[in-house]
Structure formats: structure tokens, C-alpha cells
Design a protein around this ligand. Structure first.
Ligand code: ATP
Ligand code: MG
Length: 425
């Protein structure tokens, strides 16, 4: 019954997995807010044009990995293979360029037609941040520091190393491009077919090739650092000084180039050896020309994305947070009482598992499995005496509580402020 399997390269987020997943997003969102990033969401699909125009027509993503189809109206549509292009499109179409600088946080599914393997899926999920409107290295430093803080808060920073490089400004890249063409032109016979195409269209891209033959030639290619002009060098120095000041550790990797066309100046990746071949957990860079490429006003930008599945694989077993209450009625009077009590408790913000079926030991096992912190027994005898029995499931301590005091005993004090304050206009 192959049809009953999830599609190759996709997976279900069953509760255990969903919990890790949410933990990653919650931690990232919390830190992003501290850095002034506002959460936003864009549609899962865009006009194909949005990605074709920005990612570069020799990038792996555009040439091989996009899920593109014509919809019923004949429009070419693509499931987003990354967030940046869509976020920038939203920035432009939402007319947000008056509010600079502006910082966005997003999380959600991303689609790429890749060969599925450990850490490489066709539908995966990313957390993504973008900062628009800051030309100075300060933005690069802050966004990298945010990445480090999130990885640290997840407890995975110690498994990662940060690599940074400068791709320089447009002028530096023109100079570098010329050197690369000269170098690779002397080795065309050994280059892969893909890289021969790249040599015509975008020689820089060859440096990102994963082909082994290509890699052997890339080792001796000229270094970008030697083509950086004064301004690009000064910018990169500024980024490094900032990171040093904040104590963010990094290695300069002169071979680091990013897979997409829109990057300028700073490129960076957090890499781990703990995941085998798929070692990049978080990657990003500066893209000062992207907004213009999409038809918006000239606006500098920088951002990064991290794969949630790869991060989730690095997490230790997150502790089960024990917060639910297991209500265990014994007898018909108890059952009626339990239904009402569960309802009241839930309205007071308490998670309640009403365990009315099966024998008591089965129900106790279930309470443990769902991570309940307390079991409340409502037996006929106790009800007749006007009490319920509370058992602390962590230490086994047991006590009786008068029925009239149950709610205040079990429900936490009400939250101080509503989650959504009425907006002041
Ligand atoms: P890779 O070199 O592994 O193909 P990439 O350069 O294509 O990565 P980015 O486009 O920078 O990746 O995406 C950012 C992050 O998203 C990656 O660092 C990784 O954690 C995650 N990611 C990318 N592709 C996949 C995938 N197919 N499955 C799961 N996670 C992925
Ligand atoms: Mg890739």
C-alpha cells in the first residue's frame, strides 16, 4: 500500500516530533523579539518569477529543486524553496519601505525537490530572519549574534562552529569574476558539465559545487579576499570587530560562498559535525541588491535561515514539562462530578486529562505517560465525605482536599495581563 505512505522526502510531525519542532520555534521567536524582530508570514507559494528573478538562474535551487506548476488559471506558481525572496516581495508589495530599519521573523515549511536522506527532505521547515535598511556592519553583527544566542539557548551552540567570509561588493565581485574565469578556463576539461555552464553564466557558483572533480580544481582557485576593494575590506573588518567585541567565536573560511545569487559582503554558516554530511544548520548573508532586483527601492538587507529538522536532531531529549492534571473518577457519582470539574478547570487554564476508562492501574500508567503532575481521585467514598484525593505524581505524596477548595488548589492564579492588549489607536 505505497499510497498510504507520506510522499518521499516528506514526514509527519507526530506529537513527539512536533514538540521539539515547536520548542525550536518558541526559543527562536523569543530571542528574535528581544532583538526587535516582528513575526510575519508570507504565503507558501508565490509567482515563480519571485524566485527566478532573485535566486539566480544557475543556482541549484532554481535549476533543479523548485516545485513549480501551472495553476488552473495558467499562472506559473512555485512552492517557496526559501523565505527571503517572499519576505522581500511582501516588504515591497506591502509598502513597508517607509519604516526602515525593519526586522522580520518567520517560521514555516519550505519545499525543495532534493534527493531525500538524513537531514535532507523535500518538505522541511525553517526559521528565518531578515533585517532591511541598515548599510552598516552593525546589522551583520547583530543578526549573527542573534543566531548564536538562539543556538546557545537551544543548547546546541557548543556542537557548532561559525564560519564567515566576505563576498565583497559589486565592484570586487566583477574583479574576482574575471580572475575566476581566467583560472577555470584553463581547467574546462576537468570541470563537471554543470560547472562548465556556470563558467559561462556565473563562475562564482562553481566554488559551491559539491562535485568531487570540481572540488579538486577549486582548491587552487584564486581567493576572493585578494580581489576585495578597500571598502569591502573595511566592511568585513567592521563585522569581525563587532563579533570579537560580543565574544562570538568564528573562523574565516575564504572558500565559503553561498548557493544563491543575491549575496554581497558577509556570508556565514553555522556548521556541525554531529549530523554527518548535512552539517549546515543555519546559513545566511547580506543582500544589498535584492530589493532592487525585485523592483523595490534600493534597500540593504541581511538575513539567515535555519533548518528546524536539523536543529531538532541536535536537541537532547527535551524534558517532558509536567503540567496536566489527570482526573480519575471511580464510580458513577465521581464520573458525573469529574466531567463538570474538568470543564471548570479547563476554563481556569488548567490542562486536564479525564481518565474515566479502564482499570485504575491502566489509568495511572496513562497519567504518567502524558506527563501529568497530579492525579485527582474522585471516588464514591470520598465524595460522600466531601473531599477528593490528590496525588503528586512526582513524589507520590497524597492528601485530601475539600471539594469546595479544589479549583483554587488546582488552578494557577490568573495571568496578570491579557495576551492581547486592546490596541491603542
Ligand atoms: P545544503 O548545503 O545542505 O543543501 P543550502 O545551502 O541549500 O544547504 P540554505 O538554502 O542556506 O541551505 O537553507 C538554510 C538551512 O535550511 C540549511 O542550513 C539547512 O539547515 C536547511 N535545509 C536546506 N535544505 C534542506 C533540506 N532539503 N532538508 C532539510 N533542511 C534543509
Ligand atoms: Mg541545498
Amino acid at each position: 500500500m505505497a499510497k498510504l505512505q507520506p510522499v518521499r522526502g516528506t514526514h509527519d510531525l507526530l506529537p513527539e516530533e512536533a514538540r521539539r519542532h515547536r520548542h525550536v520555534i518558541d526559543v527562536a521567536r523569543d530571542w528574535a523579539e528581544r532583538y526587535g524582530f516582528a513575526e510575519m508570514a508570507t504565503p507558501v507559494f508565490e509567482f515563480t518569477e519571485v524566485f527566478n528573478r532573485t535566486l539566480g538562474d544557475t543556482s541549484d535551487v532554481v535549476t533543479k529543486e523548485m516545485y513549480t506548476f501551472n495553476d488552473r488559471g495558467g499562472e506559473s506558481i512555485t512552492l517557496r524553496p526559501e523565505f527571503t525572496a517572499g519576505v522581500v516581495r511582501a516588504f515591497i508589495s506591502g509598502g513597508l519601505s517607509q519604516n526602515l530599519p525593519i526586522r522580520f521573523f518567520s517560521a514555516g515549511p519550505v519545499f525543495r525537490y532534493e534527493r531525500p536522506q538524513k537531514g535532507r527532505l523535500r518538505q522541511f521547515h525553517q526559521i528565518n530572519v531578515e533585517c532591511l535598511g541598515i548599510v552598516e556592519p552593525q546589522a551583520d553583527v547583530e543578526i549573527i549574534a542573534l543566531a548564536a544566542d538562539i543556538l546557545d539557548a537551544l543548547g546546541v551552540l557548543r556542537d557548532c562552529t561559525l564560519e564567515i567570509n566576505s563576498l565583497g561588493d559589486a565592484e570586487s565581485r566583477v574583479a574576482y569574476r574575471a580572475k575566476l574565469v581566467e583560472y577555470f578556463s584553463g581547467h574546462t576539461a576537468q570541470l563537471s558539465e554543470d560547472s562548465r555552464t556556470r563558467l559561462q553564466k556565473n563562475p562564482l557558483r562553481i566554488l559551491d559545487s559539491k562535485d568531487e572533480g570540481d572540488r579538486a580544481i577549486i582548491v587552487n582557485a584564486p581567493l576572493l579576499a585578494d580581489s576585495l576593494n578597500e571598502a569591502s575590506r573595511a566592511f568585513f573588518d567592521g563585522v569581525r570587530r563587532g563579533l570579537d567585541m560580543l565574544g562570538v567565536q568564528y573562523n574565516v573560511n575564504q572558500r565559503l560562498v553561498r548557493g544563491l545569487d543575491y549575496y554581497t559582503h558577509t556570508a556565514f554558516e553555522f556548521i556541525t559535525t554531529a549530523l554527518g554530511a548535512q552539517g549546515t544548520v543555519l546559513a545566511g548573508g547580506r543582500y544589498d541588491a535584492l530589493v532592487e532586483t525585485l523592483g523595490g527601492p534600493k534597500t540593504p538587507g541581511i538575513g539567515w535561515a535555519a533548518g528546524i529538522e536539523r536543529l531538532a536532531m541536535l536537541l537532547g531529549d527535551p524534558a517532558l514539562v509536567r503540567k496536566a492534571i489527570a482526573l480519575i473518577p471511580i464510580g458513577t457519582a465521581g464520573e458525573a462530578r469529574a466531567l463538570k470539574l474538568a470543564h471548570e478547570l479547563r476554563r481556569c487554564g488548567v490542562a486536564v486529562d479525564l481518565a474515566a476508562n479502564g482499570n485504575i492501574s491502566k489509568r495511572m500508567k496513562r497519567a504518567d505517560k502524558i506527563g501529568a503532575r497530579l492525579a485527582v481521585f474522585l471516588g464514591d467514598d470520598e465524595l460522600a465525605r466531601g473531599v477528593a484525593v490528590l496525588r503528586d505524581l512526582l513524589n507520590g505524596a497524597q492528601r485530601e482536599v475539600p471539594l469546595g477548595e479544589l479549583i483554587e488548589t488546582l488552578a494557577p492564579a490568573p495571568a496578570a495581563a491579557p495576551a492581547f492588549a486592546p490596541s491603542r489607536i
